[in-house]
Design a protein around this ligand. Structure first.
Ligand code: IPM
Ligand code: MG
Length: 356
């Protein structure tokens, strides 16, 4: 009997449904050709969950994801729900889901496809060969710290990390670095924040167990500048929740479009795989979204959650082939483009190449 996996599918809002449909198309194509079986179970999160159930993270989703082998997620949010209280907004559904699933380690690769070297706003010589892994702490820091309050005359949040939280994310980063170029740059704001000083000390402690890995530290403001000035200096970037959020958006532009980059969130149990971009309500429903970040996230899911490495390689190669043949979605502009395609057409091409 062929292997079978259960995949939780959260389409979400905006372009979420369009890009997820293409990722599933590609997953189906490789799973058929590689002889395993994927069963999908759709779940609600974000704005669409608010519309249907009144809350951004329904209980059925919390229970449902626990029964899956992995979860593939599109994007959430949109102007329709922007005026709601924070607890009822789509974003708090996603943050709650990450917390519930215990996915504390968010891996965000930023690589440059040679085929798209001209699509970036940076010079080719600055970005050629860039291959960075941002390891972002995902379930702690200022996103979750208590107390947090909003009043008419003042508001505040708390940036807090415990020893356990820093240790476990540092271990993830060092393990990844061991499989790469063995260089970690830990990014913080230790010249101003106690929480960053603490972060730095603990990362130093973990480093003792990995003598082969070269560890450096950088302040986040400098890191933002260095990412644009000379991104090739980075191998693994280890950082906290909010700094990782900001730096991974910046790093995405090295590749030419935020529509290209996937992410994997892992931790205690089931992993969550999602593009790093948002729901892009301005282009939703027009069929022009770039599905490649989501297709790439599906590839990370096969590789890291299901161990279907051959299929993941096939998808990655299919994306490269589509790009090298000049197929582009609109966000990539017409640089070296043979044809500007819709979201669905791009999914068709990648599915076809991945299954050959
Ligand atoms: C991301 C997003 C989320 C985050 C939002 C939608 C809550 O920007 O995944 O990077 O800030 O983590
Ligand atoms: Mg973000």
């Amino acid at each position: 009997m062929s292997k079978s996996y259960k995949i939780g599918v959260i389409k979400g809002d905006g372009i979420g449904p369009e890009i997820i449909d293409e990722a599933i198309k590609v997953l189906d194509a490789v799973s058929v050709s590689q002889g395993f079986n994927l069963k999908y179970e759709e779940m609600l999160l974000g704005g669409s969950a608010i519309d249907e159930t009144g809350v951004p993270l329904p209980d059925a989703t919390i229970q449902g994801v626990k029964k899956c082998d992995a979860v593939l997620f599109g994007a959430i949010g949109g102007p329709k729900w922007d005026k709601l209280d924070r607890y009822l907004r789509p974003e708090s559904g996603l943050l709650g889901l990450r917390k519930e699933m215990g996915t504390f380690a968010n891996l965000r690769p930023a690589m440059v496809y040679d085929e798209l070297i001209n699509a970036s706003s940076l010079k080719p010589e600055v970005i050629q060969g860039v291959d960075i892994m941002v390891v972002r702490e995902l379930t702690g820091g200022i996103y979750f710290g208590q107390p947090r309050e909003l009043h008419a005359d003042k508001a505040f949040n708390t940036m807090v990390y415990t020893r356990e939280e820093v240790e476990r994310i540092a271990v993830v980063a060092f393990e990844i670095a061991m499989k790469r170029e063995k260089r970690i740059c830990s990014v913080d704001k230790a010249n101003v924040l106690e929480v960053s000083q603490f972060w730095r000390e603990i990362v130093e402690e973990i480093a003792v167990n990995y003598p082969e890995v070269e560890l450096t530290h950088m302040y986040v403001d400098n890191a933002a500048m260095q990412l644009i000035r000379d991104p090739k200096q980075f191998d693994v970037i280890l950082t906290g929740n909010i700094f990782g959020d900001i730096l991974s958006d910046a790093a995405s532009m090295l590749s030419g479009s935020i529509g290209l980059l996937p992410s994997a969130s892992t931790g205690k149990g089931v992993g969550l795989f999602e593009p790093i971009h948002g729901s892009a309500p301005d282009i939703a429903g027009q069929g022009i979204a770039n599905p490649l970040a989501t297709i790439s996230s599906a590839s990370m899911m096969l590789r890291y959650a299901l161990g279907e490495v051959e299929s993941a390689n096939r998808i990655d190669d299919a994306i490269k082939k589509a790009l090298s043949e000049g197929y582009r979605t609109g966000d990539l502009g017409d640089f070296d483009a043979k044809e500007i395609m819709t979201c669905t057409e791009m999914g068709d091409i990648v599915a076809d190449y991945a299954s050959r």
